[in-house]
Design a protein around this ligand. Structure first.
Ligand code: SF4
Length: 293
């Protein structure tokens, strides 16, 4: 069911789960509501936009013949990809609206080039021939839950073994937080397994911010665990959707949240809930207790 709230945004029941939205709900159910149901606008951030730009450059580089996939060539792609990004998303212009002399954008582009350059210390694209880049995947579990996402790169060895690769422009997490980082990769592995009946041999996170590579070789039990976790998460999301009970869960990550002005934890009032609700029942207590493990 959809409810038109104004000319642009349409509130809708959640229909599928992606790794980012699953992480949103685990971080803060109210943040999930603001993003998925209310679809409140968020300001573009320099860091996230730089991530998008670097991803685009790494993807496009594979258009060139293997021997020409060099660091100078990759860095040379940065300005053109930035132009394309701005054309596709005119709202990005506001990022540097107050940067009359262009110094900030120049530094920002130089930082993007550094991240691109660092990639060459971690992987050698002249020896890679990805089977897929920026691959949209979607699988429906037996329960009807749809999982979807975009995988940065899929490599397939001559033996048929599959490696899923994701680029991160930030720094690698400390070991105690690695499980959270791997959650996204296990999510993708589960989708690939359900789609193709094949468990990826390796999951690889490439951290361009710190120059680290984290790998994990999943086994069936890992993916079954993630599937159970996602089903429980989805049940909690469906319950919250029906009852309209989306609890704020304040953490230090609130500092990055665009919605403090409408968050009760910061003295704000959320917009009227745009979907029909039913009374909550006891047992609706799963929110905020879900970790990525
Ligand atoms: S400010 Fe914090 S508690 Fe409030 S919605 Fe954002 S993440 Fe959740």
């Amino acid at each position: 069911m959809e409810t038109r709230t104004d000319d642009v945004k349409v509130a809708a029941r959640p229909a599928s789960l992606s790794p980012s939205r699953a992480s949103d709900f685990m971080q803060c159910p109210l943040l999930y509501r603001f993003r998925v149901i209310d679809k409140l606008p968020e300001k573009p951030s320099e860091a996230a936009t730089r991530g998008t730009l670097v991803h685009a450059v790494l993807e496009r580089l594979f258009d060139a013949p293997a021997t020409e996939r060099t660091a100078p060539r990759a860095k040379a792609l940065v300005p053109g990809q930035w132009d394309r990004l701005r054309e596709a998303k005119p709202e990005l212009a506001e990022l540097f609206a107050d940067d009359g002399a262009g110094e900030r954008v120049a530094q920002w582009l130089a930082d993007a080039e550094k991240l691109v350059e660092r990639w060459f210390t971690l992987e050698d694209p002249t020896r890679l021939e990805p089977a897929e880049r920026e691959l949209f995947v979607e699988a429906e579990l037996a329960s009807g839950l749809k999982l979807r996402g975009i995988i940065d790169r899929v490599d397939v060895a001559p033996t048929g073994e599959v490696r899923i690769v994701d680029y991160k422009t930030g720094k690698a997490p400390r070991p105690e937080y690695a499980e959270g980082a791997l959650f996204q990769m296990k999510f993708y592995a589960l989708v690939v397994w359900r789609l193709k009946g094949l468990i990826p041999r390796r999951l690889q996170l490439v951290y361009l911010g710190s120059g680290d590579v984290i790998t994990y070789d999943p086994v069936q039990a890992d993916l079954e665990r993630v599937e159970r976790k996602l089903l429980a998460l989805w049940e909690a999301i469906v319950l919250a959707t029906e009852t309209g009970e989306w609890r704020p869960r304040p953490t230090k990550l609130c500092g990055w949240c665009d919605h403090q002005a409408v968050c009760p934890e910061f003295g704000g009032t959320p917009p009227p809930y745009p979907l029909p609700v039913r009374a909550p029942e006891s047992g609706a207590d799963e929110q905020g207790r879900m970790g990525p493990g």
